[in-house]
Design a protein around this ligand. Structure first.
Ligand SMILES: Cc1ncc(COP(=O)(O)O)c(C=O)c1O
Length: 342
């Protein structure tokens, strides 16, 4: 019997992150200040944008809400995938918009943009789930918030995604590809005036007028940790890719985009199986943790049936995937899974 547990997800917080956090604590400037500005500049650089095109905030949910606010979403129809994180629904309701739920495509939990084109919506929130880029190539009659919370660094035709809509949002919560100390998020846009307007809304303190604003600030400590993690992102992505290839080349049936133009990042390794509960049980017996990434009851709307999304709730298992997953542990996961299919 194995005596070490293999978690499903695990953080990579090392000496550099700890030292960056300590430096902020020692500086006495804990609030939102120079580290946040630097993180915003680093993010602009990452997305090949000039400075001034990114705004760091307290969470990915805050980034979604603020994007909707910037696009005047109150009383508008907001398209959101039914197979997605509940923060999309939360942000839509908080702004006073009406959600219009969209089914997954046939081949992946991502929506099929061709299905959306004919929907009567004003704004679409478009996430690329599990690191697989959403196909988002044309101009649409609605506005688009591109959500790369699970896909920062993934590319289409060699170009990083995130800027294909009016605004892009990303979460840096601890389960994501990088974290700014547990929570955090960013909004990016090619349109600098949107970011300027949003900064005016976020930076609520010490103002001379009576305009309503709100505290969505990221702290200096979050930003300092985020900066270290962003620097490490290429290495993290490479390690995740190596693990994915190890699984894939061992014959595991994993969710992977069919389109050669897409370069996904491996936010999750998603096993496709007709018996997910049996897989989870067998892994658990061998001290390996795995999860159903989204259950039927977590779909964002239960009023009508969403055929494809429902199908994905019943046949996907997320198996261990994180940069520090050792080769030995990868091989143990593979061995158990190979034995199940025998
Ligand atoms: C696609 C997507 N968008 C937005 C969010 C919200 O991010 P946060 O948890 O930072 O509020 C999440 C995460 O949970 C997510 O998966």
């Amino acid at each position: 019997m194995y005596n070490t547990e293999i978690p499903h997800n695990n953080l990579t917080i090392e000496a550099e992150e700890k030292s960056a956090a300590l430096k902020v604590l020692n500086s006495g400037w804990l609030t939102s200040a120079e580290q946040v500005k630097e993180f915003e500049n680093d993010l602009c650089n990452f997305f090949s944008l000039p400075d001034g095109h990114a705004m760091a905030v307290s969470s990915g949910s805050a980034a979604l809400y603020l994007s909707l606010w910037a696009l005047n979403a109150k009383n508008k129809k907001i398209g959101i995938p039914v197979y997605s994180c509940c923060s999309l629904r939360n942000a839509t309701h908080l702004i006073g918009g009406t959600p219009v739920y969209i089914d997954s495509s046939v081949e992946s939990p991502n929506i099929d943009i061709n299905e959306v084109k004919n929907k009567n919506i004003d704004i679409l929130i478009a996430p690329s789930l599990y690191g697989i880029p959403l196909d988002l190539t044309n101009k649409y009659k609605f506005k688009v918030i591109e959500d790369i919370s699970q896909a920062i660094g993934s590319k289409v035709k060699g170009k990083k995604i995130g800027l294909r809509g009016d605004v892009g949002v990303c979460s840096f919560a601890s389960t994501k590809l990088i974290t700014s100390g547990g929570q955090g998020g960013v909004i990016i846009s090619k349109n600098k005036s949107i970011i300027k307007m949003l900064k005016d809304y976020r930076d609520f303190d010490n103002r001379d007028d009576e305009k309503i604003r709100f505290n969505f600030l990221m702290t200096n400590m979050q930003a300092a940790i985020g900066r270290v993690q962003l620097k490490k992102l290429p290495l993290f992505l490479k390690k995740r890719e190596d693990i994915f290839q190890q699984y894939y080349n061992s014959g595991l049936h994993l969710l992977n985009p069919l389109n050669d133009d897409f370069s996904p990042v491996r936010h999750r390794a998603i096993l496709i199986s007709p018996r997910p509960n049996e897989v989870i049980k067998s892994l658990k017996i061998n001290k390996i943790s795995s999860i159903i990434p989204l259950r039927k009851r977590e779909l964002l709307d239960s009023k009508i049936k969403y055929r494809n999304a429902e199908k994905f709730t019943k046949k996907l298992v997320a198996i261990p995937m994180y940069p520090r997953l050792s080769k030995n542990h990868q091989l143990r996961v593979i061995k158990v899974l190979q034995n199940i299919s025998k």
